[in-house]
Design a protein around this ligand. Structure first.
Ligand code: BGC
Length: 746
């Protein structure tokens, strides 16, 4: 009895205490405004914050207050939004209202390889590592909107900005962009995918209206953006500078209202490209949320503190105050921006990030090593055998030139950048004698927006003397590594202008041809984000596509050249022999004029054009060699025929038949030989990078559904898979199909 009494009194006390605590907790909770309560769904928090904001606060939030920021709501404790370029590293701080450097001493970032290199890894894990590392850097620097990644399709090898994108294939870019975004956003930093859409050349980018048919738009130019939004869950997207259907893309009814929001259900923020807004009315009604970078109407370029005059600033306020427009659209914009704030700056659980760490250096190096492509290796000149090669001649400006500075908005202030020459020297050590000669003089500038490389590349000697010196050095060496290609100066791989030809600049073709004559062990490393012509291809035994590789450029290149790492990158775009082997150029449809461009080649971009016209490329899409060899078994399908609601799985066995560990990208292409519409010969619909030890084999499987068989029917405005027989082709590149099987769609 007594025991029962004690228990009852205890229970009573505990109950009483729970009630008291419960009441005070509830009181405390009721004092926390909904918008600050992270137990509340974001939707409720957004609505609560929105109703507390004044009209002026709302207007302030939707346009810039400085070169890279827009205000939050200080009164409510909602922080400013801070954007940063860009896709390859976190841009250094500029002044509040100027492009010049703020002069911070703690903003030197890790430079990651350019996105072309990431795409060349064909490796989703690398894209995740890239996004995660870059997101950590952005977070550490207190940026909550990363202006990247870029997924505009590689339409012509002359586009100055191709290096910032992911190549010519919509499937490849879709697969790479998704993990990149997830990696960035797990840090509480929004990825802002750019440039939506049809920004496929730099010349005339602010004035050109792109004419493209719907099928091409949906099949080629939109898929990566759609994947970014629907699978990657991107929190922001950037409109592009150009026009489509006569409207600038930053406030484009068709692209933003109809496709992005209605068709794809995008809930994130549409950010303008810097200075991409041209009209208040369109900016209000056509889907834009935030305006940045405008040199506003009526003000001369460069006039400071112009922010109140932005299209979405005082002019919008005046329209509201005079009753000419309502506030419905404004509230929608603010809702979307608030949502982004709750996912980023207002998320108390987001990690702290880290900046230019050793871990990020390792990530940058790994991605670079994974993306370098071995294009040619006749007579196994590579890897360089350090037991035999006692003198290595390194020739070429790009062996020493810093590449992280320049190229436009993706230019960086890197904590360090290891040049190819330094990387090779460090790796070779005392095992061989490394001798350098420049061979040619290209771009000697070393400054972007006030970031200085600190390199003095001026060499006033006559070109003939500089070349003769290089030939002399090369003649006496056991192996010659020529490191050339493009750079980040205007009309090369740089924003704001396009290249003027497919050829290498600065007389490099002549130099390479002469080098090949004096030394048969010549390796050409092409540093670029674009295809280049190689008239000397048959004279040179080994060719490596080096990309812009970031801080760890030299280390990564050296490990490939000496074979510490077995190359496994594959080209994310076609290298044509000549410009007219590319559809846009064959039809004289690039870049158009300053007002109009028509994508006359339609869906036949990159390998789709080459295959349609039986044009043998210099190097095909998906091509990339290894120091080992792989043998493909026969591809099998789990079904002979499928219906439109089925999936089908293909399996193929791949074996490493050489004597080194290696990675291979196994590629699946689908072909629809008979169709009521013209279709590409085949299209990439799956890939997997596998790693194999010597003698090891693995079975790779690909499961696809009818989306892999469909084309976009413009009349129906829908995807259509026509019944009939299809082919599944599996290979090591688009031009090296090893095995195939057929199946039927009923
Ligand atoms: C570029 C964007 C970049 C922005 C901010 C523009 O010129 O097109 O890609 O994010 O500048 O620097």
């Amino acid at each position: 009895m007594r025991l029962a009494y004690i228990n009852a009194s205890r229970i009573f006390k505990v109950l009483a205490l729970t009630i008291v605590l419960g009441i005070s907790a509830a009181r405390a909770q009721s004092q926390t405004p909904v918008y600050l309560d992270d137990n509340q769904p974001i939707k409720n928090r957004v609505e609560d914050a929105l109703k507390r904001m004044t009209l002026k606060e709302k207007i302030a939030m939707i346009h810039a207050q400085s070169k890279f920021s827009s205000p939050g709501v200080p009164r409510l404790g909602i922080p400013d939004n801070w954007t940063t370029d860009g896709p390859h590293g976190i841009r250094p701080e500029v002044l509040w209202d100027e492009w010049s450097q703020a002069g911070w001493t703690n903003d030197s970032c890790m430079a990651f390889p350019a996105l072309t290199c990431l795409a060349a890894t064909w490796h989703k894990d690398m894209a995740m590592l890239y996004g995660k590392s870059l997101g950590e850097e952005a977070r550490y620097r207190n940026k909550n909107i990363l202006l990247g990644p870029g997924v505009n399709i590689y339409r012509s090898p002359l586009n100055g900005r191709n290096f910032e994108y992911m190549g010519e294939d919509p499937y490849l870019s879709s697969q790479i962009v998704v993990p990149y975004i997830k990696g960035v956003q797990q840090n509480g930093v929004a990825a802002c995918v750019k440039h939506f859409a049809l920004n496929n050349s730099e010349g005339n980018r602010n004035t050109v209206n792109v004419n493209v048919d719907d099928r091409t738009l949906y099949e080629i130019y939109l898929p990566a953006f759609k994947a970014a939004v629907q699978e990657g869950g991107a929190w922001a997207i950037m409109g592009s500078y150009n026009l489509y259907k006569g409207q600038h893309c930053c406030h484009n009814e068709y692209l933003l209202n109809n496709i992005l929001r209605k068709e794809w259900g995008f809930e994130g923020v549409v950010v303008s490209d810097w200075g991409g807004v041209h009209d208040t009315h369109q900016a209000i009604f056509n889907g834009l949320d935030m305006e940045f970078g405008t040199w506003t109407n009526g003000l001369s370029k460069g006039k400071s503190k112009a922010y109140d005059n932005y299209y979405l600033a005082d002019p919008y306020l005046a329209l509201i105050n005079s009753g000419q427009v309502g506030t419905k659209e404004l509230d929608e914009k603010v809702r979307r921006i608030l949502r982004l704030s709750f996912l980023t700056t207002m998320n108390k659980k987001r990690p702290f990030g880290s900046f230019a760490t050793e871990e990020h250096a390792l990530a940058a190096r790994k991605i670079a090593e994974d993306g370098i492509v071995l294009l040619k290796n006749k007579g196994n000149v590579l890897p360089i055998n350090l037991n035999k090669a006692k003198t290595i001649a390194v020739i070429g400006e790009n062996a020493v030139k810093m590449m992280t500075v320049g190229g436009g908005s993706s230019s960086l202030k890197a904590r360090y950048e290891i040049s190819p020459l330094d990387g090779i020297k460090a790796r070779v050590g005392t095992q061989a004698n490394v001798v350098y000669a420049r061979g040619y003089v290209g771009d000697t500038t070393g400054n972007y927006n006030g970031v200085e490389t600190g390199q003095n590349l001026v060499d006033k000697r006559p070109a003939s003397q500089i070349m003769a010196e290089a030939l002399d050095v090369a003649r006496k060496a056991d192996v010659v590594v020529f490191v050339g290609g493009l750079n980040k100066s205007d009309n090369q791989d740089a924003e704001g202008a396009d290249r003027q030809s497919l050829s290498l600049p600065y007389n490099q073709d002549k130099l390479i041809t002469e080098l090949a004559k004096v030394n048969k062990n010549l390796v050409v490393v092409n540093i670029s984000g674009n295809a280049v012509a190689m008239p000397w291809v048959n004279q040179v035994p080994a060719i490596v596509q080096g990309w812009f590789l970031g801080s760890e450029a030299g280390t990564a290149l050296a490990s490939i050249l000496v074979g510490d790492v077995n190359p496994s990158g594959k080209l994310p775009f076609t290298f044509p022999v000549k410009l007219t082997d590319n559809g846009a150029h064959a039809l004289n449809a690039f870049p158009g004029n300053d007002k109009e461009v028509t994508y006359k080649e339609g869906i036949f971009v990159g390998y789709r054009w080459a295959e349609k016209h039986n044009i043998k490329p210099l190097f095909a899409f998906g091509h990339g060699l290894s120091y080992t060899t792989f043998q493909y078994g026969k591809v099998t399908a789990d079904k002979k025929s499928i219906t439109a609601s089925d999936k089908i799985t293909f399996s193929v066995n791949v074996k490493n038949t050489g004597s080194r560990d290696g990675e291979e990208v196994v590629q699946l292409y689908i072909s629809d030989p008979k169709s009521s519409v013209q279709r590409p010969v085949k299209e990439l619909k799956g890939f997997e990078k596998i790693s194999l030890k010597p003698g090891e084999q693995k079975t790779v499987t690909f499961t696809v559904d009818k989306s892999a068989l469909s084309f976009f029917d413009a009349a129906k405005h829908d995807w259509v898979a026509e019944p009939g027989s299809f082919e599944a082709l599996v290979g090591s590149s688009s031009a090296d199909i090893k095995t195939k099987t057929t199946f039927v769609l009923n």
